[in-house]
Design a protein around this ligand. Structure first.
Ligand code: NAD
Length: 499
């Protein structure tokens, strides 16, 4: 204790363990060892069966942690997507539409329960396929995915009463396309409300992260969801295009980049298809001088480094009140220095692998631009694994609003720090973006929280916290972050029509 007190006077928290225990201080590796039960290859899931693609095409799914091949995934072409829509159409007309709401709910409860039973296996598969730390897939992705099915199972026999005086009907067959950052969770956000309301689905996972979707197909069969109610077609952007442009789709639900969202909006214009778009973001995380500093620093770290920063609502623009900027930046630097980057399957890992080589290239390009435009880069000394795609936690100070790193979504572990003097200036800077998905406010003053929440053009505003999610709470964007809401009762309305 005496040693700690003496050393604490002159050492940073990052240096302290090394001063006490010497250079041998480190965590022992703590790898998660559950068997992810990943098959050597995955076919398409159409009409309740696994079927090869019509032309027998497939591609490698790579483990970003070591660049090894995890499995092979079928590539769906036009004939496969047609077959998936035909199966969904048939299941809708003959079975699912006629299944009582209570029975639909029972099926969804079963799905939720089965996911919980196989949570550990799914968490390992998710981390190996996508690169996220096992702690996150185990403690966030899997429980949240199961919670979504649980939540919407409860709605199945109740939502009809949510619109008094009107009859509420499903839309029919819906096409859903999801991204790679939360593969299973995005699947749950899409499937749970669509199925609870009586729709049938053709879903396309992202090409780099299809494994848990294909494993989920096994759960659909175990839960005895009738064949054809959910069909999963794998492939890249071309397969996605076939799914969203298919004439049998009554609705398209897309989560992904703003660029592709724009293309889908153009191609679906005039088609009569209902559309929801969950797109990119560049959230402001605003810290006032009176905020509880320790909590704010943890909130900033969680806001940007959760899931390697591959988060649409990541707090990637930190706005700090000028009087405390120096202190916050100093504390952040210390915190960055103790973040552990490495093997996603190690339970000590804070920042796992970057999902793909292409995403790593994009992060490197934007960081290089940040330096070129004059912002100051800080990266702690941090040994990265030799194989695999990794990027160290990065902090930019001296950022101005015109810098590319303050305007464009980096989708990586890179934080830009800007300063402000008054709440009005913070609001103006926070809203000076084409995005509007989320924001954070840190202050002890309740009235200031309310003023900021009213003024921020963002779908979600967190106060004295960040990245909080709940199936009952709607999530969605303003401006180029998209439209439509997922979660809660609002999420139900995206999948029904009133007659
Ligand atoms: P992306 O747009 O490249 O791909 C998303 C999905 O669309 C993938 O399945 C892809 O194969 C498919 N796709 C690609 N081109 C297509 C096309 N022309 N037509 C139809 N489908 C096509 O995005 P990404 O890189 O996979 O994901 C990252 C993006 O997703 C980020 O911008 C992130 O902010 C956003 N995102 C948003 C939310 C949200 O809720 N708003 C959640 C997660 C991710």
């Amino acid at each position: 204790m005496a040693i700690t007190t003496t050393l604490a006077g002159r050492a940073t928290s990052a240096e302290l363990p090394r001063l006490i225990f010497g250079d041998r201080w480190d965590y022992d590796p703590a790898p998660e060892s559950a068997d992810p039960r990943i098959a050597p290859s995955y076919d398409l899931f159409i009409g309740g069966r696994f079927v090869p693609s019509a032309e027998g095409e497939s591609f490698d799914s790579i483990n970003p942690a070591d660049e090894g091949v995890l499995t092979r995934i079928a590539r769906a072409n036009a004939a496969d997507v047609d077959a998936a829509y035909a199966a969904a159409d048939k299941a809708y007309a003959r079975v699912w539409r006629k299944t009582s709401p209570r029975d639909r709910g029972k099926h969804l409860f079963r799905v939720s329960r089965l996911l919980q039973e196989r949570a550990r296996e799914f968490a390992v598969a998710e981390s190996m396929d996508g690169g996220k730390p096992i702690r996150e897939s185990r403690d966030f992705d899997l429980p949240m995915a199961a919670a979504h099915f649980f939540h919407y199972a409860g709605w199945a026999d109740k939502f009809a009463y949510a619109v008094p005086g009107a009859r509420v009907e499903p839309l029919g067959v819906v096409g859903q396309v999801i991204p790679w950052n939360f593969p299973l969770l995005m699947l749950a956000w899409k499937l749970a409300p669509a199925l609870a309301t009586g729709n049938c689905v053709v879903l396309k996972p992202a090409e780099t992260t299809s494994v848990t979707a294909m494993k989920f197909a096994e759960i659909l069969n175990e839960a005895e969801i009738p064949p054809g109610v959910v069909n999963i077609v794998t492939g890249g952007g071309e397969t996605g295009r076939l799914v969203v442009n298919h004439p049998k789709a009554a609705k398209i639900a897309f989560t992904g980049s703003t660029e592709v969202g724009r293309e889908i909006m153009r191609s679906s214009a005039g088609s009569g298809k209902k559309l929801t778009l969950e797109l990119g973001g560049k959230a402001a995380n605003i810290v006032f001088a009176d905020a509880a500093m320790d909590q704010a620093v943890e909130g900033i770290i969680n806001g940007i480094f959760f899931n390697q920063g591959h988060v649409c609502c990541a707090g990637s623009r930190l706005l700090v009140q000028e009087t405390v900027a120096e202190e916050i930046i100093e504390r952040l630097k210390h915190r960055l220095a103790v973040l552990r980057v490495g093997n996603p399957l190690d339970k000590n890992t804070d920042i796992g692998a970057i999902n793909s080589r292409a995403q790593l290239d994009r992060i490197e390009e934007l960081v290089a631009d940040g330096e070129r435009e004059g912002a100051a880069k800080y990266q702690p000394a941090c040994a990265l694994p030799e194989r695999g795609w990794y990027y160290p936690p990065t902090l930019f100070t001296g950022v101005t609003q015109s810098h590319r790193i303050a305007r464009e979504e980096i989708f990586g572990p890179v934080l830009s720090v800007l300063t402000f003097r008054t709440p009005e200036e913070a609001l103006a800077k926070a809203n000076n973006t084409c995005y509007g998905l989320s924001a954070g406010v840190w202050t002890e003053k309740g009235s200031l929280i309310l003023k900021m929440a009213r003024g921020l053009r963002a779908g979600v505003v967190w106060a004295n916290t960040f990245n909080q999610f709940d199936p009952a709470s709607p999530f969605g964007g303003y401006k180029e972050s998209g439209f439509g809401r997922e979660g809660g009762l609002q999420g139900i309305f995206e999948y029904v029509k009133t007659v």
